[in-house]
Design a protein around this ligand. Structure first.
Ligand code: NAP
Ligand code: G3P
Length: 495
């Protein structure tokens, strides 16, 4: 008989990995120029599920950070001179170690950002697939050739290839400490660049574990350097170094825009926040719509940039959609990531307080909590708030937590207007059984990607991924990322 926990979860799964939940303190080190770097100054890493200290990472000084850039510069030309195939061969050893350490990486991630164990494991496996696809796609970045014949010019052959940009800075957010790190790191390295990588503090144990595995894989010294410390303290040192040729940042709008203003280079890719709307145009498949909306809104407790963060629809449809939403929300287990609960504690109490304030202010202004609203410290129950109006901050701000507002509007035009009035423009979802109105609405929406009858999401990782307005600058997704870390270089032969 399958043993079940109070949250109706399969205990057998639990036993498999609980052994690895020792209370060891992760005292991790950084990686600079192929060497381990420790420091008297450390940053404590806190488990969001109970706030215990689970480890430390170095708080690096300006000198050490500058040394990381110097090492990256020293290594760059030699690394670029290695053939693509050889670089892939060398990086594959690292890829294999990441795959082999999936349980350890998932366990650290579960403890460090309270992501359910299974979800963390999926992130590791998704990342390994991302790497494999990146290696294959890099081989397809073949040069293009031109002759000039079309301009009546003969005896001229132009070959235009993609070449490395040089030394890069990669800064990742807390919510995907492995996937949103590697999605910057591996395309840059495979194309002959070298890197300084700064993981989010809440994600630094995973980030430094990557460094440890890179050392075990014997990556050439200096091609990949890991630096840690609080972003607000070392941020400017990081982004103003003369050696930087390009930057890839994923994080909040405020930090991203500040970075764009202060960085030494303007060659910056920014993946920032979102307020993705779900526009529900009819009531023909409400149960299916509700499943997608709830999965989109409450996945990783709403801490996804692509989370559905508002429902826009009319009164009649809202009245019929709500029972379906509540039915799906009631299925969400609330609890500990160790038990693979769907809703787990958000990253810290400050983040939780921000979410709770948005909810309380909306209720104070007349909105109605239909389900949820309670919390225990930073564990917030999945919350559905009805009658949220454009006068409320909850209609516009990115909570990054498990709360979903329903905004009732007169008609489709008003839905489009409210959708586009947001400073964000990452993705949107349009739910409709008729394709014509869905396409007409999709055309009007000012976002990077519109999902018809599906939740907003970044994957599959081969798809271009972008945000417009305050949601970002530049395009990601595997091929686009490879293009963003290289530049065109021409060779014209006159014969
Ligand atoms: P964040 O607070 O902006 O931090 C992102 C990264 O920037 C972290 O590594 C952080 O380090 C670092 N940082 C902080 N201050 C800095 C500074 N002055 N200069 C340089 N770097 C600095 O974001 P987060 O809380 O980690 O992530 C949540 C946000 O990211 C949300 O808004 C979410 O929507 C967005 N996000 C967007 C995407 C996307 O693909 N569009 C994906 C994921 C997340 P510390 O951790 O040490 O502060
Ligand atoms: O917030 C991380 C972002 O990149 C979302 O990824 O795959 O959960 O949509 P995904």
């Amino acid at each position: 008989m399958t043993k079940k926990t109070e949250n109706n979860l399969n205990l057998d799964d639990l036993d498999n990995h609980s052994q690895s939940h020792t209370n060891e303190l992760y005292e991790h080190w950084d990686l600079i120029d192929g060497k381990k770097v420790t420091s008297k100054q450390v940053v404590e890493i806190i488990n969001p599920d109970g706030f215990s200290v689970i480890g430390t990472v170095p708080a690096l000084s300006t000198l050490e950070i500058n040394e990381a850039y110097a090492a990256a510069r020293r290594a760059q030309k030699n690394w670029e001179a290695v053939t693509l195939l050889k670089r892939i061969e060398i990086l594959k050893k690292w890829r294999n170690l990441i795959a082999e350490h999936e349980t350890e990486l998932a366990t650290i991630m579960m403890k460090e950002i309270a992501k359910g164990y299974k979800e963390a494991l999926n992130e590791v496996r998704r990342t390994v697939e991302y790497i494999d696809y990146t290696f294959e796609e890099a081989k397809r970045l073949q040069p293009s050739a031109f002759t000039g014949e079309e301009f009546g010019i003969s005896n001229k052959l132009g070959i235009f290839e993609r070449v490395a940009k040089g030394v890069g800075l990669a800064i990742s957010p807390f919510n995907y400490p492995l996937n949103l790190a590697i999605s910057k790191i591996m395309p840059a390295l495979v194309m002959g660049n070298t890197l300084v990588f700064k993981p989010a503090t809440a994600g630094s144990l995973v980030g430094t574990k990557l460094g440890e595995l890179a050392l075990s894989a014997q990556l050439p010294a200096g091609i990949f350097n890991v630096v840690t410390g609080r972003g607000r303290e070392i941020g400017d040192i990081l982004v103003k170094n003369q050696e930087i040729n390009f930057i890839s940042f994923t994080g909040s709008v405020d930090v991203g825009i500040n970075l764009l203003e202060t960085a030494i280079t303007k060659d910056v890719v920014l993946e920032l926040g979102g307020k993705d709307p779900a526009l529900v145009l009819d009531d023909l498949q409400l149960d299916k719509y509700a499943k997608q909306i709830v999965a989109g809104a409450y996945g990783y407790s709403g801490q996804r940039c692509t989370a559905i963060k508002r429902v826009l629809t009319t009164d009649p449809i809202a009245d019929r959609l709500i029972p379906h939403l509540i039915k799906e929300i009631d299925k969400l287990a609330v609890g500990s990531p160790k038990e693979n609960a769907a809703i787990t504690p958000v990253i810290d109490q400050k983040a939780a307080n921000y979410v709770l304030k948005l909810m309380d202010d909306a209720v104070a202004d007349g909105a109605k909590v239909l389900v949820g609203g309670q919390h225990r410290a930073n564990l917030i129950w999945p919350t559905l708030v009805d009658h949220v109006t454009p006068k409320m901050a909850l209609a516009w701000e990115e909570p990054f937590g498990p709360v979903l507002p329903i905004i009732r509007l007169k008609n489709r035009d008003e839905m489009i207007a409210v959708a586009n009035a947001s400073k964000f423009g990452l993705q949107a979802s349009v739910f409709s059984q008729e394709i014509t109105p869905a396409l007409i609405v999709a055309k009007e929406l000012e976002v990077g990607t519109v999902n018809i009858n599906g939740k907003s999401q970044r994957g599959p990782d081969s798809f271009p991924f972008l945000g417009v307005k305050d949601s970002g600058f530049g395009v990601q997704g595997i091929r686009e990322t490879l293009l963003s870390v290289t530049r065109v270089k021409g060779l014209v032969i006159n014969y």
